[in-house]
Design a protein around this ligand. Structure first.
Ligand SMILES: [Zn+2]
Ligand SMILES: [Zn+2]
Length: 352
């Protein structure tokens, strides 16, 4: 017997325009969980995939990798979940399970990872994402949503949130008040500000536009704002930060940001730039500084950030829209006209 029929929204070509599409989920395997999609976040990566800007997109493509749903069917071997549980899926739905990364709970770095959509699952079927009435996912790649968290709040944490949390958690277990810089102000970085503040860090938002100043300080509670286009402000802030989380997905010269770091400071890249970035070797050498990178987070860290979110009583800033609005939402996201993340109310939408 085949899996169930679902209705989704898919891109059909490089315009990336989304429209209704129906397909059949894979047959429910013994360790599979089928869930009805409730909410799904929308992200820049979705847009790049929809337009075939990353690696060859297979159309029709159903995007969506910040998915929250309610369990409706369980494979025979599933013990971890029960019908009615609220679960989440991020960027991954599979990995080899045997390599060093997989064995050390860092499956996001597995060379055989299977992405939530536009990838090929172990059985040869193509993966499709959360802009869909339902999904089938192996239990190992599902996380449990704590009861005290609203499902729509959780959606952006499953990619954007864990992308910020995973590199920041190295600074968590300490009484030291870290001086943090968050570069850029968008989906990932707004959550990074909230997370770093909740970890007790002193947080400076660094942006090229002072339009963001008020929101950074007042809405997100950052401690300071640094205008990167002001040479005076940048000079005054030299050698002042322990780390910078760099979320900018565009080409930018790293020299001026590296100068903000203290000796032994770290610049952590999480935004994928389309071309090589530049820095001068002395920027690193004359301050024992490090440039490093981080990719999403592990399944364990996804569970952790939800506990962290609940314990600290944090709230992400989202705009909830119906799926009929999705093309418009992408258009607005592209011109940064969202504070700070769109979340699709999939279950509340008429998918057809
Ligand atoms: Zn692996
Ligand atoms: Zn994402």
């Amino acid at each position: 017997m085949d899996g169930r029929k679902v209705v989704a929204w898919a891109a059909r070509d490089t315009t990336g325009f989304l429209s209704p599409y129906s397909y059949t989920l894979r047959k429910t395997g013994s360790e599979d969980v089928v869930f009805k999609v409730l909410f799904c976040g929308i992200d820049h990566t979705d847009l790049h995939q929809m337009r075939n800007e990353i690696h060859s997109t297979n159309y029709p493509l159903v995007p969506g990798h910040e998915v929250v749903g309610e369990v409706v069917e369980l494979g025979s071997e599933v013990k971890k979940f029960k019908i009615g549980d609220i679960v989440g899926v991020g960027c991954l739905v599979g990995s080899c399970g045997e390599c060093l990364s997989c064995k050390s709970s860092m499956e996001q770095y597995c060379d055989s990872r299977v992405l939530t959509y536009n990838d090929i699952y172990k059985d040869g079927s193509s993966t499709q994402g959360g802009f869909s009435s339902a999904m089938t996912v192996h239990q190992r790649f599902l996380i449990r949503i704590p009861e005290n968290l609203a499902p729509e709040q959780v959606a952006p944490l499953l990619c954007a949130g864990v992308t910020a949390y995973s590199p920041l958690k190295q600074f968590q277990e300490s009484n030291k008040v870290f001086k943090a810089g968050i570069l850029g102000l968008g989906g990932v970085s707004h959550l990074a500000v909230l997370i770093a503040k909740a970890m007790g860090h002193h947080v400076t938002v660094i942006s090229s536009s002072d339009k963001k100043k008020e929101e950074a300080l007042e809405d997100l509670g950052a401690d300071a704002f640094l205008l990167s286009s002001s040479a005076t402000e940048m000079e005054e802030a030299a050698n002042s930060l322990d780390y910078i989380l760099d979320t900018v997905p565009a080409v930018h010269h790293l020299h001026s940001y590296l100068s903000l770091l203290k000796v032994d400071g770290k610049l952590i890249l999480v935004g994928v730039a389309p071309k090589p970035l530049q820095f001068d070797s002395v920027d690193l050498i004359l301050g024992k500084k490090t440039i490093t990178g981080s990719f999403i987070g592990s399944m364990e860290e996804m569970q952790e950030i939800l506990e962290f979110w609940a314990n600290k009583g944090l709230t992400s800033m989202i705009e909830i829209v119906n799926i009929e609005y999705v093309n418009k939402a992408f258009e607005r996201m592209e011109r940064n006209d969202v504070r700070y993340r769109f979340v699709l109310d999939v279950a509340g939408s008429n998918l057809e």
